[in-house]
Ligand binder design. Structure first.
Ligand code: EPS
Length: 425
């Protein structure tokens, strides 16, 4: 069983993650993880904190000579800002230095503040906000990076891009346009090149003009003391059919992936494939028809939906069942169906605003207007990288559940056996 936990407060000494159940023999370096951490830290619309932090991981367990050894992988990411919070966040007991000043009694609408204070009997809201902060996601990105490295061994790629910020939408889509489909041209707007372009964009959008509009939306929100949300899409290629299961509710892959995305701070909605739009269409327009391509077929027109060029394990042009559309987002009956997995998540605007919102002090019970000094205006690009990480974990988990193994080699043998079986099916 693959599982993980994280610990650590936003302004505490460090974040810790433990990933348990990862196979042995996986090559992994801090550099690989640090690259993912850095991807999460950039993005237009971030606040002052990201100028302070430069996230780097230290392995404190489970890795030896650049290789996993099968024991729990423990990772620590230091908070540089801790230097400025040592007294406020210290673990030791003792008198507070600036009593009163440091106790937070004013819950911010949209945050965990009030619900958390009531639940945990917290009269200093800092006890809640420190952990509910999205700072915690740095630890999840470290875990996701290890899982990405694992999936790489099997040719599975995890990518993401931003499709919407503050109401500015990018029309390119991984779900092919129905009109195009009817005219026989089944080609989505996205290609691996688009992902390279989104990687180069500070709003993670492949379209330069739309990127500029997104930045403008962020600037205008900043000027008004406001914040903006948006939508990002996570795409996985090279996923074989059969991950997850239709047999029990908690084994359904779409359910697990939705939970993973929903658990990211500020996410309010998740879609799989065509998502909510499918509710407005006829069944005949939604379901992806099934085709079969025989041995030795190299017909490019019969390529799998999206840019399914496949990989050495799960090729797009080998004998296999395939679809010309991918409205299901690669999941049917709670199982992967061999097409790329496509997920979308909607992020609400960050609730820490310069513009005051009405709230009530938990100590005096008097109304006040909540406002803050330092925050991100938009963190959708960062959330998209976090989305990749949490999905990489879930896919790695379901992959290990299906193929088992305690070393990369053993999992590989099992996986190759399954692919052999699929070819003969
Ligand atoms: C966050 C508030 C800001 C963000 C932080 C999440 O931090 P601070 O209160 O220190 O200014 O920068 O995000 C991170 C530190 C991070 O690494 O993503 C919040 O309240 O959620």
């Amino acid at each position: 069983m693959l599982r993980f936990l994280t610990a650590g407060e936003s302004h505490g000494k460090s974040l810790t993650a433990i990933l348990d159940g990862m196979v042995s023999g996986l090559e992994i370096t801090p550099d690989f993880i640090n690259r993912e951490l850095a991807r999460r830290q950039v993005g237009y619309g971030r606040g002052g904190r990201m100028l302070i932090e430069k996230d780097a991981v230290e392995f404190t367990g489970g890795v030896r000579h650049g290789m996993t050894i099968g024991s729990p992988i423990a990772m620590v990411i230091k908070n540089r800002d801790w230097q400025n919070w040592k007294d406020v966040m210290r673990a030791e007991s003792g008198e507070r230095r600036a009593e009163g000043e440091q106790i937070i009694t004013r819950p911010r609408p949209g945050h965990a503040d009030l619900a958390g204070a009531l639940k945990y009997d917290a009269h200093d809201i800092r006890n809640i906000l420190e952990r509910s902060s999205a700072r915690e996601t740095a630890a999840r990105v470290a875990v996701g990076a290890v899982c990405k490295r694992f999936l790489e061994e099997f040719g599975i790629k995890v990518m993401s891009w931003v499709t919407e910020i503050g109401g500015v939408k990018c029309k390119m889509g991984t779900v092919p346009d129905l009109r195009m489909e009817r005219s026989g041209v089944v080609e989505s707007g996205l290609s691996p090149k688009s992902f390279e372009l989104s990687e180069a964009s500070d709003v993670r959008c492949p379209d330069k003009k739309i990127s500029e509009k997104m930045r403008k939306a962020i600037d205008s929100a900043r000027k008004n003391g406001d914040s903006v949300g948006g939508v990002f899409e996570v795409v996985l290629t090279g996923v074989p059919p059969g991950l997850g299961s239709h047999t029990q509710w908690d084994r359904k892959l779409d359910g697990r992936l939705a939970m993973a995305l929903m658990s990211i701070q500020a996410i309010k909605g998740v879609e799989v494939g065509m998502g909510f739009e499918a509710a407005e269409r006829f069944g005949s327009e939604v379901h992806d028809e099934i085709y079969y391509r025989g041995q030795g077929s190299r017909d490019e027109r019969h390529r799998s939906a999206f840019h399914g060029r496949g990989n050495e394990f799960w090729p797009a042009v080998e004998p296999r069942f395939f679809r010309k559309t991918n409205n299901a987002g690669g999941i049917e009956g709670g199982m992967s169906n061999g097409e790329p997995i496509i997920l979308r998540a909607a992020m609400k605007p960050i609730p820490t605003l310069y513009k005051p919102l009405k709230s009530v002090d938990i100590k005096t019970k008097k109304p006040f207007k909540a406002s803050v000094e330092r925050s991100d205006v938009c963190a959708v690009p960062a959330a998209s990288v976090i989305g990749e990480a949490v999905i990489a974990f879930e896919i790695a988990e379901s992959f290990l559940e299906k193929f088992g193994g305690d070393s990369v080699e053993e999992t590989m043998r099992n996986y190759r056996g399954y692919l052999e079986y699929l070819r003969e099916f």
